[in-house]
Design a protein around this ligand. Structure first.
Ligand SMILES: [Zn+2]
Length: 315
């Protein structure tokens, strides 16, 4: 119902402004930058996403055409974490102008990825060695999933809005109005999550998957166990990690095993089969399925889904 309504609004705006040339071309590296820029500019800009809908965000490699498009864009929005090292290289080589970029990790307090008890440490090992080849490899690896906290999402919408107004001051009123409407929805979701956490006597989440939700759990004071750290490429958990997650699920009477979007549910299903728990998906928003993309699903829609999942998981 909500989605149908959104599409209706989109069509109406498109028809009304169809004679107006989009004032800016914006490219975003992932779904988050895409969704926020789209929400702020409406039909006043042409916003595109580099990732193909439905694809794994961490496996993305830019094509020469992508790079040419980024060079021509009025604004290029990227996160600035380990998935985006190729962008930082292009900026260092002056292939992309620093004036026309927005690095989202500059606008929130960043945290390092962490290893918690039971996590597959081999995953962390693979993960590190993967990033050791570059001469500019950083010693500390920051967790790039900053947007998973709705509080951060509010800051990110604001930073994109400010940058867009700098580029197109004549659109300030429209961008301010659109951003305010979007941020209002984010505040309401933030409050729903706080209410759920406050009224539950549980506060531990179990992920039989990678864990991109560090910013989310920290914001709401939740604990978690997970099979792998945030951006690990490994998806085969060790028997030790599987046994650990099964034990925690049983001992803590956890009724819901979580998995993230666009990954296999095999590990989650096998832990669920051993424990009698259900499997639900908490969506991290890196990218969305093609059908959802075509329907115009927004990050707010994803968060509303997550609110329902959280309610179940903390039951
Ligand atoms: Zn990730």
């Amino acid at each position: 119902m909500a989605v149908a309504l959104l599409i209706g609004v989109g069509v109406f705006v498109a028809a009304r402004l169809s004679s107006v040339k989009p004032s800016a071309s914006i490219i975003a590296s992932n779904f988050i930058g895409y969704d926020f820029a789209r929400a702020i500019t409406g039909e006043a800009s042409e916003v595109t996403m580099l990732l193909k809908p439905g694809t794994e965000a961490h496996a993305y490699e830019p094509t020469p055409e992508d790079i040419i498009n980024i060079q021509k864009a009025d604004l290029f929005i990227y996160v600035g974490g380990e998935s985006d090292t190729w962008i930082e290289d292009l900026i260092l080589d002056n292939e992309i102008s620093a004036q026309h970029i927005l690095r989202l990790m500059d606008y929130v307090e960043v945290k390092t990825e962490e290893l918690v008890e039971g996590m597959d440490s081999e995953a962390e090992h693979d993960h590190d060695s993967d990033h050791d080849h570059g001469s500019d490899a950083l010693d500390v690896e920051y967790d790039e999933h900053i947007w998973t906290s709705p509080v951060n999402a509010i800051r990110l919408v604001d930073s994109i809005k400010t940058k867009l107004i700098m580029l197109h001051p004549d659109k300030a009123a429209l961008y301010n109005e659109n951003a305010a409407a979007y941020v209002k929805q984010l505040y309401s979701i933030d409050q729903s999550i706080r209410d759920i956490v406050a009224s539950s006597n549980k506060n531990t989440l179990v992920f039989a998957d990678r864990f991109p939700f560090r910013y989310f759990v920290d914001e709401y004071g939740l604990d978690y166990y997970a099979a792998f750290p945030g951006c690990a490429e490994q998806t085969e958990a060790s028997s030790k990690t599987i046994a650990f997650l099964i034990d925690k699920t049983n001992n803590m009477h956890i009724g819901t095993i979580l998995k993230i979007e666009l990954t296999s549910s095999r590990l989650a299903e096998s832990i669920a089969a051993e424990t009698g728990a259900q499997v639900l998906e908490l969506h991290a928003g890196h990218n969305i399925a093609e059908a959802d993309f075509d329907r115009g699903v927004t990050y707010v829609d994803i968060l509303r889904h997550n609110v329902e999942v959280l309610k179940e998981a903390l039951k």
